[in-house]
Design a binder for this molecule. Structure first.
Ligand code: KIV
Ligand code: ZN
Length: 387
């Protein structure tokens, strides 16, 4: 099995479905170009049949972006596939992502169908999509709650019909990491196309129980070689797996031998862009890209980091595109932290003068939650004036 992990970004499709996050075509092109610079392999640009806006965005993104594969989503419905193929006409590399629900509740309540009929519809959709493009991905919606034996029959049938990527969504974010890993491993071992190198498995995890990243990593360990992710983990309900968490997990764990094409130094700027265009703030303690992700505020941690960053940091903030490790000054900060922040701002203070500014700093920190650079420059300036 190859150790190259393909990154499939669905910020502009699953991510954009969040109410209030809608982007216009110009904004989508901006995000798509940034995703290209970030090094994602596949951009899911939209669901063309769903609206004229989505259709047009897939066309314009296909023209604007050259390196990544452009993917369009469809249901297992011929009309959807026709429209997706039309929207993809300008893409240099194109993929149709078609599929159908496979869990008992989807089969019964959504389709009022039977397991055998669902396999027939899945196979027919893949064959139909193959008339337009070589690269066809199949999704088994709610695969997380689909019995493994039946799922393997579905996946075997669609790979025989020509699907080259098989997406196993944990649509409701229900599975535990061990269970999801087992599901992927079971499919890898029971569907010939995977060991024969004719198709790969993809993860697509939702975060309803906060396990999207854990499940995605588990899926890769189980044999998946594509992960479906969004910037900042945005997406329906509690969101999708976040790209930055997965990319940094494999970067910080080289012993796993998994490689991606992500230029991690572009992670932070991409996160900021998506957050501001979608008007979707990133929680301060969000892993990798949150405001506090590299901020050490307790005195003991600050002291350790200033002596050697490895004491409390597992990643270099520069590796994700953040320039400074943002030692945050609070009432719990020590002299060393204050001295460091002053140095970053070009002010050298030692001995008695540092003690004096530190005493003033503590008074201010008691009144303010966080003391910023401007505050300490004022304190240091006042000290210089009194010196
Ligand atoms: O979560 C899901 O099942 C999906 C599919 C449509 C791929 O987003
Ligand atoms: Zn999804």
């Amino acid at each position: 099995m190859s150790d190259r992990l393909y990154i499939f970004d669905t910020t502009l499709r699953d991510g954009e479905q969040v109410p209030g996050c809608q982007l216009n075509t110009v904004e989508k092109i901006q995000v798509a170009k940034q995703l290209e610079a970030l090094g994602v392999d596949v951009i899911e640009a939209g669901f063309p049949i769903s609206s004229p806006g989505d259709f047009n965005s897939v066309i314009e993104i296909s023209k604007a972006v050259t390196w990544p594969t452009i993917c369009a989503l469809t249901r297992a419905v011929q009309k959807d596939i026709d429209v997706a193929a039309e929207a993809l006409q300008y893409a240099k590399r194109k993929r149709i992502h078609t599929g159908i629900g496979t869990s008992p509740s989807h089969i019964k309540y959504k389709f009022n169908s039977t397991p055998e009929e669902i396999i027939e519809r899945a196979v027919a959709a893949v064959k139909y999509a193959k008339r337009y493009v070589e690269d066809v991905e199949f999704y088994a919606e709610d695969a997380g709650r689909t019995d493994n034996e039946y799922l393997a029959r579905v996946i075997d049938a669609v790979t025989k019909a020509g699907a080259t990527v098989c997406n196993i969504p944990d649509t409701t974010g229900f599975r535990l990491p061990g269970e999801y890993q087992e599901k992927i491993k079971y499919l890898y071992e029971h569907v010939d196309a995977f060991s024969a190198g004719k198709a790969i498995l993809s993860t697509h995890c939702h975060n309803d129980l906060g396990m999207a990243t854990a499940n995605t990593v588990a899926g890769v360990l189980g044999g998946a070689r594509q992960v479906e992710v969004t910037i900042n983990g945005i997406g329906e309900r509690a969101g999708n797996t976040s790209l930055e968490e997965v990319a940094m997990t494999f970067k910080t764990h080289p012993e796993l031998g998994i490689e991606t094409n992500i230029n991690t130094t572009k992670i932070y700027p991409t996160s900021r862009m998506v957050s501001s265009l979608m008007n979707m703030p990133v929680q301060p303690n969000k892993a990798v890209v949150g405001r506090n992700a590299f901020a050490h505020s307790s005195g003991i941690h600050q002291d350790g980091v200033l002596k050697n960053v490895s004491t409390y940091e597992i990643m270099d903030p520069k590796d994700v595109g953040i320039d400074d490790n943002a030692i945050v000054l609070t009432a719990r900060s020590g002299r060393a932290a204050l001295k460091h922040r002053l140095q970053v701002n070009g002010v050298e203070l030692d001995g008695e003068r540092l003690d004096k500014v530190y005493a003033e700093f503590l008074k201010l920190a008691d009144k303010k939650k966080e003391v910023n650079d401007d505050d300490i420059l004022v304190l240091a300036g006042a000290d210089r004036a009194n010196a």
